[in-house]
Design a binder for this molecule. Structure first.
Ligand code: TXA
Ligand code: MG
Length: 313
């Protein structure tokens, strides 16, 4: 489906229109102080699946949730003293904190890629702030560029990459920082720098009063790229036509099962259901058989995830 991508301006009308589109489950690109984000309602699995589809992402990496305030951020996670120090020092700003999800958080499982942690950030850009306040909810937003392309720091970059694939671009000129936010993991015993970004590590260390260790390796190791990232306890068999023995079947389209990712064969719906359904079937403590998913569009990201789930371990 080709959309007519509107340009919205950061005044009251444009902000209201952008917030209304998000509430409808549409995708809206908006400026932050780091880069332009591609936003969707983080509680709406179908909207979040649309992000992966629009970007053409071949895998489901967990996304950053954008919130208007630290207070709002706290409602989704088990907050800590360290988080408090950092939020007071650097929010709003180019720092993302990874924290353990609170029960009843209400976020789509696609946004966290099935993890029990979530990445949160309160952006400083006044237009991002105004949009988040107008929308009044959590907005999932990766950088607004097609997968594998460089991040967008101007509305024109967003249009060049995503025109026709998203509902609107909230245009407020160039981004000041120009690189993504710094990501800090606060879900272990010590804070770990997961991605270098707009906030220098030294500033974080000065606020905490101690050095912060960095995740090893030259590349950012996104949890979505690790084979062990989310694997059901049960064994997983792919491209099954029917279940065998005591397997529980995860269906797709006409290949039905105990649960069906999308009876109509819609890959966006299937992506939105993927992690929830894997968790549900895993809870049944029986081997899982999964119907064949077409390897095109979002199907590539779904199959990437399923192959990891099925990998020997
Ligand atoms: O500056 C930014 O952070 C931009 C703007 C739009 O805010 N956003 C951005 O989002 O860069 P994205 O989705 O491209 O970056 C997400 C990164 C990935 O590297 C992912 O692995 C990491 O955040 N991440 C998300 N959730 C995580 C989690 N639960 N644990 C560890 N890393 C996580
Ligand atoms: Mg990116």
């Amino acid at each position: 489906m080709i959309l007519e991508t509107q340009t919205l301006l950061p005044q009251l009308d444009g902000l209201k229109a952008a917030a209304a589109l998000l509430a409808e489950g549409a995708l809206v690109s908006f400026p932050t102080e780091t880069v332009y984000g591609l936003g969707a309602d983080a509680r709406n699995g179908t909207a979040v699946a649309g992000i992966y589809e629009a970007k053409g992402r071949p895998s489901f990496n967990p996304l950053i949730i954008h919130l208007a305030s630290a207070e709002e951020a706290r409602s989704y996670v088990n907050w800590s003293d360290t988080a408090d120090i950092l939020a007071r020092a650097f929010w709003p700003g180019p720092l993302t904190l990874v924290l353990p999800l609170k029960e009843g958080h209400g976020l789509s499982s696609l946004v966290t890629a099935g993890l029990d942690t979530v990445a949160l950030r309160v952006p400083a850009h006044p237009t991002a702030q105004a949009l988040l306040t107008a929308f009044g909810g959590p907005v999932a937003a990766p950088s607004a560029n097609p997968s594998g392309k460089i991040s967008a720091t101007r509305a024109e970059h967003v249009r060049a990459g995503l025109e026709g694939r998203i509902a609107a671009i909230l245009d407020d000129g160039p981004c000041a920082v120009g690189v993504e936010s710094t990501i800090l993991g606060l879900n272990g015993p010590n804070p770990i720098l997961l991605r270098a970004g707009g906030l220098p590590k030294e500033a974080i260390e000065a606020a905490l009063g101690h050095p912060v260790s960095q995740q090893n390796g030259p590349e950012i190791i996104a949890p979505g790229q690790l084979a062990s990232h989310y694997a059901p306890a049960a064994s997983v068999r792919l491209e099954a036509a029917v279940s065998r023995g005591n397997e529980v079947m995860l269906g797709f389209g006409e290949t039905d099962g105990v649960l069906n990712l999308s009876p109509s064969g819609d890959l966006v719906e299937a992506a939105a259901n993927l992690f929830d359904f894997l968790h549900k079937l895993d809870g049944m403590q029986q081997p899982i058989a999964v119907a064949r998913i077409p390897d095109l569009g979002l199907g590539r990201a779904i199959n990437d995830r399923l192959r990891r789930a099925a990998a020997p371990r």
